[in-house]
Design a protein around this ligand. Structure first.
Ligand code: PRX
Length: 637
């Protein structure tokens, strides 16, 4: 497969960018010509940011898997589509060619059909990083079912909330998942999540860890048994269903400023074009290369750059079940060496944790296959950038620092590997089609260079969020109401003298812990569920490895408590309600919280105290009880 829309010089980038702004519809129509359509579009774009209404390639019909699988069979049928490396370095790796993946996706699509899944149904997927997870998502897309993947680290309560919000009727899970030295139960978590659930009709369970599970008769079936049934039927073909351009491909839940996660809705045609275009251009993918994205498919990065972007481009995508530091901190480098990885795409938190392990694990590993390195999920600090560049890229691989979000579907601001300039800790320049702007608190655009502001986007792009599932108004309020006629990202941003963008972090109450997005309100809700807790306030503080750590200020009932066990119980509560990714790093029991007269918690002050910087707490005169601040400072010492 070749990519006529791959930008191969800085001039080509500038020209494409110009065209994408002057004639967006013409620009994207030209890119879209490179895909397989069952029916072409009537209109390239219809939109307004008031409702919001965003429709790309309206009138077109297509199937995502026809683009990810069928169309590659003639030319790349025997090439690897997915290479899978186990958590256990001694277990044999697996390779699925395009032909084999095409077969397996249809086989599992039959399983879905046999179990009553229909177009438009919501299918929740809660699995570890095994090829069956990719097969399950693609099988949903094959028949037009909507998948909603939930990261394997979320708790039963968190799953229950998401199942309910999505009105899911089907679940695909595993007995358990391996993560480093541990086998984690998944099916039993689903069982807990299903207590009281009335909508789930069927749970399909794939075997991985052989963790004992209980199967509920009439509801739960084994993946392997169901496949056998399909084999007995003679593995009937499942033709790619006809899907409208704006039909939902998937829902992915993400955190925001409120306690309730929202289901970000991505639709089919625009998301396909966008993930493919950004994959091919950002990483400068060349046919035959091995692309290794270390994210979990439970997050948007895995959706866009393990599955849909690479497969729609006929690429070889490497899926890794394990963790960077097990059995030792050389695991990533072993995988790179073993499969001669060309492109490595990971998160700053992983880089920092490996950096902390020193150079011994890197020594002796052959990293000469690497051509491009990528970073995603949070700002990458200069120290980590240089370490990555020097010790992994050996000063010869461009690093792409890709800024984007669950809501944006794919990379928005990034250098293009080796094509546009890089600058440590800068995401640099917008991709074609992206019109970033910086605004002040009043929504006034800040023009010129060498300025700071809130990052917004002026014009729609094909991969953007269409709605929040079941609650379109929430989508409008969250992203399109803060500033008129702009999509608000929630990020602060600097545009330097050269016009390069540097993301400075969230300006709302969203934390970024190890590249995972967590709402402060979500964590507070969880903490407040502990019987002894009256109130809590959660803020982020700089953390060497995680980027941000979670600091919780907690007011408890009564005195004479055993504070140490209470801390443990609170952490346990957060584990139960959200999952271990959200557990506080520090808990401070306080007599009160700094509140304004209108009852609003002044987080700015709490953030400063958590950072250990009390030199300039700013104006505290509007506080109801300023003395509370001194008491907290004393306790924090
Ligand atoms: O704050 C930005 C940060 O991650 C947020 C989006 O998180 P999520 O939806 O979970 O998606 C993560 C993977 C795309 C953004 O609002 N972020 C993401 N990439 C970068 C980043 N911050 C700085 N630099 C980046 N490259």
């Amino acid at each position: 497969m070749n990519y006529p829309y791959q930008l191969q010089s800085f001039e080509a980038y500038l020209a494409a960018y110009q065209k994408s702004i002057q004639d967006p519809e013409g620009f994207w129509a030209e890119v879209a010509e490179n895909f397989t359509w069952q029916k072409k579009w009537d209109r390239v774009l219809e939109w307004n940011f008031q409702d919001p209404k965003i429709e790309w390639f309206k009138g077109a019909q297509l199937n995502m898997t026809e683009n990810c699988l069928d169309r590659h069979l003639a030319t790349r049928g025997n090439e690897p589509a997915i290479i899978w490396e186990s958590n256990d370095p001694h277990e044999q790796h697996r390779v699925l060619t395009y032909q084999e993946l095409h077969f397996k996706v249809q086989q599992f699509a039959n399983v879905l059909l046999n179990n009553g899944v229909q177009k438009g149904d919501r299918v929740c997927i809660y699995m570890g990083m095994i090829p069956e997870l990719a097969i399950a998502t693609l099988a949903c897309a094959r028949i037009g079912a909507i998948h909603s993947v939930i990261f394997g680290g979320f708790s039963a309560q968190a799953i229950a909330d998401r199942l309910e919000d999505a009105g899911a009727e089907f679940i695909i899970t595993c007995d358990g998942a391996y993560r480093g030295a541990k086998a984690i139960a998944l099916k039993s978590v689903i069982d807990d999540a299903l207590v009281g659930n009335k909508t789930i009709k069927c749970v399909i369970v794939c075997t991985r860890t052989r963790t004992p599970v209980s199967m509920s008769k009439g509801r739960d079936v084994w993946w392997e048994d169901e496949i056998k049934k399909v084999e007995t039927m003679g593995n009937p073909k499942v033709e790619p269903a006809t899907i409208d351009a704006e039909d939902i491909l998937f829902i992915l839940y993400t955190s925001g400023s409120t306690g309730k996660p929202k289901g970000v809705v991505h639709t089919t045609a625009g998301y396909m074009v966008w993930t493919n275009y950004t994959f091919v251009n950002t990483f400068q993918y060349q046919p035959g290369q091995v692309h290794f994205c270390t994210a979990d498919i439970g997050w948007i990065t895995g959706h866009s750059y393990i599955i849909y972007g690479p497969l729609s481009a006929g690429a070889t995508t490497l899926m890794f079940e394990g963790v960077p530091t097990w059995p030792d901190a050389g695991r990533f480098w072993e995988v790179v060496e073993k499969f001669k990885v060309d492109i490595l795409y990971t998160a700053p938190t992983a880089i920092r944790s490996l950096m902390a392990c020193g150079l011994e694990p890197v020594k002796g590993k052959d990293l000469s296959s690497l051509k491009v390195l990528g970073s995603v999920g949070e700002p990458i600090n200069e120290e980590a950038w240089h370490w990555y560049n020097e010790h992994i890229g050996q000063n010869r691989c461009p690093i792409v620092d890709t800024w984007w979000q669950t809501e944006t579907g794919g990379v928005m601001i990034s250098n293009l590997a080796g094509i546009t300039p890089a600058k440590p800790s800068y995401a640099t320049l917008p991709l074609p089609g992206i019109q970033p702007c910086l605004v002040d608190e009043n929504g006034v655009e800040i023009e010129g260079n060498g300025v700071n502001g809130n990052l917004c986007i002026k014009f729609p792009w094909p991969g953007m969020i269409r709605s929040t599932y079941n609650d379109h108004e929430r989508c409008r309020q969250t992203y399109f109401s803060t500033y008129q006629n702009l999509y608000f990202t929630g990020d602060g941003c600097l545009r330097d003298e050269e016009g390069m963008y540097r993301i400075t972090g969230r300006v709302d109450d969203v934390l970024n812990v190890s590249g995972h997005r967590i709402g402060t309100a979500e964590v507070e809700n969880a903490i407040n569920m502990h019987a002894c807790v009256i109130e809590s306030a959660v803020v982020g503080y700089p953390h060497d490895i995680k980027g941000q750590g979670i600091f919780a200020y907690v007011i408890i009932e009564g005195k004479n408590q055993d504070l140490e066990s209470l801390q443990k119980e609170i952490i346990q509560k957060v584990n139960e309600v959200i999952g271990p990714i959200a557990k506080p790093d520090q808990i401070l029991f306080v007599p009160g919280l700094p509140k304004t007269r209108s009852g609003k918690i002044m987080r700015r002050i709490l953030r400063k105290i958590a950072e250990g910087d009390i030199s300039n707490l700013g104006d505290t005169s509007t506080l109801l009880d300023p003395s509370v601040v001194d008491q907290i400072i004393k306790l924090a010492r």
